[in-house]
Write a protein that binds this ligand. Structure first.
Ligand code: UDP
Length: 242
């Protein structure tokens, strides 16, 4: 089975390694590629927002399971996915790749001080990357205009860290224009990459308790996390309806 359907979202049934190989191939062949790393919040949001669901169904080339919630849901539906493939892991690996291959990278998202810190880190640690754009995510222009600006810089890779669904909306415009770039929404990745937000210690990650670490260190996320139990209930209902 190529795809695993979780509440209407089609996840690619691939390992981290398989995604890496396919992405390198597509980047080297300059194929327009739009990747969504979807967690339960994104799946729930798409179920409430038809425009967002349409982007995931029609514009995304790949959808990865970003979060243990998706892995559990796929298992409950008896169509297991091999492993979690997070946006942050893909992002940091792709930055290494872009550095080795001297690729053109456009970054958009996060607060001004965060994107500045990201720029600094790139100039020190990823100095072979050609950074063709680095903008914060608090612009007021409409997305079409921003998309045109990105397109003009002829990037090989575009990372948007605007939170969903804004980042996916922006990238879907570029994908519809078929720009020859690899594009991925990366949520809060610039905050972590710049060191402004700490990722959960390894021990939490290994125990699949990253969500718990985030909750304890940032209790304002509590409301957002309440979608998790609702997600599981909805998956159970969808299983019965099968
Ligand atoms: N953000 C942005 N522009 C906005 C709203 C949010 O650039 O209009 C940024 C925000 O600063 C943060 C990221 O988008 O860096 C979203 O982070 P969040 O932790 O919500 O993302 P998640 O990874 O949980 O989807």
């Amino acid at each position: 089975m190529d795809k695993v359907n979780v509440l209407g979202v089609n996840f690619d049934n691939k390992t981290y390694k398989q995604f890496q190989n396919e992405f390198v191939n597509r980047i080297n062949n300059h194929l327009s590629t739009f990747v969504v790393t979807a967690n339960p919040e994104i799946v729930m949001a798409a179920n409430e927002n038809p425009e967002f669901m349409k982007i995931l169904k029609e514009d995304a080339d790949y959808i990865t399971a970003d979060g243990i919630g998706i892995i559990k849901a796929a298992r409950m539906l008896k169509t297991p996915l091999p492993e979690r493939v997070t946006g942050y892991d893909l992002f940091t690996w792709l930055m290494e790749f872009a550095n080795e291959e001297r690729k053109r990278v456009f970054l958009i998202g996060a607060k001004p001080e965060v994107i500045h810190a990201v720029q600094e880190k790139i100039s020190k640690e990823y100095s072979n990357i050609q950074l063709v754009g680095a903008e914060d995510g608090y612009f007021t222009e409409d997305l079409d205009l921003v998309a045109r600006r990105i397109q003009r810089t002829q990037p090989d890779l575009v990372f948007a860290a605007l939170g969903f669904p804004k980042q996916e909306k922006l990238l879907s415009i570029l994908r519809k224009n078929a720009i020859p770039a690899f594009m991925m929404g990366v949520g809060g990745s610039f905050d972590v990459f710049s060191g402004h937000v700490k990722r959960a210690p390894e021990i939490f990650q290994r125990a699949h308790l990253e969500w718990f670490y985030r909750l304890v260190t940032n209790p304002s996320r509590f409301k957002r996390m309440m979608v998790l139990p609702q997600f599981i209930v909805k998956v159970k209902q969808s299983k019965k309806g099968k």
